[in-house]
Design a protein around this ligand. Structure first.
Ligand SMILES: CC(C)(COP(=O)(O)OP(=O)(O)OC[C@H]1O[C@@H](n2cnc3c(N)ncnc32)[C@H](O)[C@@H]1OP(=O)(O)O)[C@@H](O)C(=O)NCCC(=O)NCCS
Length: 157
């Protein structure tokens, strides 16, 4: 993908299982993206892990590819069935460093919101500690909710 990309020509698609060779390549490409997302040490995503995620109906993995088919951006919509009703969360939004600022992150996030809408979601949640990402989400209409996120660290990060 080169510098002429704009939000108008970014194609977002749902990642589906299309066979073992593609799965292996896609697990490597997504591993690189998750390495760029996670500040903690990240263990590579195996083809088996990816297959399990793609088979899981509660997770919709969206991707953007370059002209050669390589995954250059991704985001996941997770739908959690709860006693009070379904909860929709956007997770793991990341764009390869070399193609950031071209509208790919925005296109992915908009598409994830559309998937949530198509599932009848009343709202969509996400957590973000990074100012650049926060601006993107704010521009798309997300607003900070007045709750405190608490974590109990069970192992050293
Ligand atoms: C956050 C991230 C996904 C955005 O993807 P992207 O493709 O670079 O973003 P876009 O090009 O779609 O830009 C969307 C908005 O993000 C902000 N933004 C993007 N790049 C920016 C930059 N270099 N400086 C400041 N703001 C920037 C702007 O608000 C931009 O809005 P605009 O189009 O009106 O200018 C990407 O920077 C990334 O992968 N970051 C590391 C992982 C991460 O933080 N993920 C989010 C976890 S919650």
């Amino acid at each position: 993908m080169t510098g002429q990309n704009t939000v108008e020509n970014v194609v977002v698609e749902q990642l589906r299982f299309t066979g073992r060779p593609a799965l292996t390549r896609e697990a490597d490409e997504l591993s690189e993206l998750m390495r760029q997302l996670s500040q903690r040490s990240f263990q590579s995503l195996t083809p088996a892990d990816l297959h399990e995620i793609l088979e899981d109906k509660s997770k919709q993995v969206l991707v953007v590819r370059d002209a050669a088919g390589r995954i250059i951006g991704t985001g996941t919509l997770v739908t959690i069935k709860q006693l009070v009703g379904p909860k929709h969360r956007i997770e793991d939004v990341v764009v390869l460093e070399e193609v950031r600022g071209l509208g790919i992150g925005k296109a992915l996030t908009k598409a994830l919101v559309e998937v949530a809408k198509s599932q009848g979601a009343k709202s969509v949640e996400l957590t973000s500690s990074r100012p650049k990402a926060q601006q993107l989400y704010y521009d798309l209409g997300f607003r900070q909710r007045d709750t405190m996120t608490m974590t109990l660290q069970l192992q050293p990060s």
